[in-house]
Design a protein around this ligand. Structure first.
Ligand SMILES: [Zn+2]
Length: 469
């Protein structure tokens, strides 16, 4: 997924031939609405983006030194303010105010089950989780998890994403179209205005319902508005590209394409790049700690987000892996002060490298990541439903589901493999079956298997939606 790309981006002279109305919209969004929104909301998002644009050109030595000092701050804070870490550090005789990286690397890893079952102890003293920003995630392994953050962390997350977007060719004010599941439904004209003018994203191809008609409508609207950047789940982007290729439609020319949330397979990348005439910028992250790594315009591996995270690659003995070795990815968030995550097991494996990128940026490289896999499931009318979107819609919405896997064996049959968590009741099963029938039709037959854990594929990956039809 990290091969170099021979597909040229839209050239500077092509990009400069932007119609006046569109250029004006970009200008107003970038120079008026976004700065005003930050000022009004007391947000540092654009200020952080500006720092990140500078820091990416610092040397690796400088970046890692800075990272080490932020790690010390984050650990000292957690050890002072979070009951979970106070207890853990006491048990481990770990001095959170004065430690070596060697001592740090002996701390136990943080499992998702701890985040699920000991969330109140993990969250820092005197903060109620109801006052925080909650995000529910299907994780990278189909595990349901609620994670918490505050407004300053969200601002940093936004700035991280914007810098990575810029590596794809996107610039503040450019409009994005997304291939994504369960898109937000703005409730007011003002919310719609903000989506388009401030966040520059209000065109979606809903991956809960991919049909030739929905793809045609998406493309027509894209053409009308001349959308600049396409964003989406890797495999969903491929489905759109493959459809357009089948129609012989090679007319869409975005400035950049950002693939995220799932593994980007080599052959799928080639189809997307051929159809849109533009390189794909592959990105890797998760809801719990946001952006972990992203490709730059060189497309030769992903730069690790070391300004925000301390990232470890561990072998099966939980010792530091060598460059080039497949390893478990473990992260420490340097900025989440309300719910510190220290040595958190993301659930993915990857390969890091000690080489430098020709772009000159100082951040170390992630060569490859083996992350979430999910198929699209099929409906009787031929439309397709993204397994990722479907699992997120059910797993994060229905109480008591710890982990799940959907296996479609026929158009009207789904086998549900479930791991029950606290709060699971018969009603959870009924709700889940109800959701599936809403998507696949009333005649859907659902068999539920309760398991201790969802088995991995022979490749070692979790595949949380499988289509055998
Ligand atoms: Zn680079």
């Amino acid at each position: 997924m990290n091969m170099s790309s021979s597909v040229p981006s839209r050239t500077a002279s092509e990009s400069s031939r932007v119609p006046f109305g569109k250029a004006l919209q970009r200008f107003i969004s970038a120079n008026v609405l976004n700065p005003l929104s930050d000022i009004k909301g007391g947000s540092n998002r654009l200020a952080i983006l500006s720092q990140l644009r500078q820091s990416q050109w610092r040397t690796r030595h400088e970046l890692l030194k800075e990272q080490r000092s932020r790690l010390a701050d984050a650990i000292a804070y957690a050890g002072t303010h979070s009951k979970y870490y106070r207890d853990l550090f006491a048990r481990e005789a770990f001095d959170c105010r004065s430690f070596t990286l060697e001592q740090f690397s002996r701390l136990p890893l943080l499992d998702k089950s701890v985040v699920r079952n000991q969330i109140d102890a993990l969250i820092v003293d005197g903060v109620r989780k109801e006052s925080l920003i909650e995000a529910k995630t299907g994780g990278s392994t189909g595990h349901s998890l609620a994670v918490y953050s505050d407004e300053p962390w969200q601002q940093r997350r936004g700035a991280d994403a914007m810098r990575a977007d810029e590596w794809s060719g996107w610039r503040l004010g450019m409009q994005k179209g997304a291939v994504w599941g369960n898109p937000p439904q703005p409730e007011s004209a003002f919310a719609r205005f903000k989506d388009r003018w401030l966040y520059c994203l209000d065109l979606y191809l809903d991956t809960m319902n991919i049909t030739p008609q929905s793809m045609d409508a998406f493309v027509a609207e894209w053409r009308k508005r001349d959308i600049d950047v396409l964003f989406g789940h890797a495999h969903s982007l491929f489905i759109l590209a493959d459809y357009l290729r089948g129609r012989g439609d090679h007319g869409m020319r975005p400035v950049g394409i950002i693939a995220t949330s799932m593994m980007l397979l080599r052959n799928e990348r080639e189809v997307i790049e051929e159809v849109f005439g533009c390189p794909v910028t592959n990105r890797y992250g998760c809801e719990e700690v946001a952006l972990i790594a992203c490709e730059c315009e060189q497309h030769q591996g992903m730069h690790l987000n070391v300004e925000h995270l301390y990232i470890e690659f561990l072998n099966e003995q939980q010792q530091p892996a060598r460059p080039g070795e497949m390893a478990e990815i473990v992260v420490t968030d340097l900025y989440n002060r309300v719910m510190p995550l220290i040595r958190y097991r993301v659930g993915d494996t990857g390969v890091y490298s000690d080489r430098s990128c020709p772009c000159g940026r100082g951040m170390p490289m992630l060569e490859e990541v083996v992350g979430r896999m999910a198929d699209f499931l099929k409906r009787r009318d031929g439309s397709r439903v993204s397994g990722v979107s479907l699992v997120e819609r059910t797993l994060t919405a229905i109480p008591g589901l710890a982990q799940m896997q959907l296996v479609q064996t026929a158009l009207d049959h789904i086998e549900l493999n479930l791991v029950r968590g606290p709060g699971y009741t018969d009603r959870s099963t009924q709700q889940l079956i109800g959701e599936l029938k809403e998507v696949f039709g009333e005649d859907l037959r659902v068999d539920v298997n309760f398991l201790e854990q969802i088995p991995r594929e022979t490749s070692g990956k979790y595949r949380f939606a499988k289509c055998l039809v």
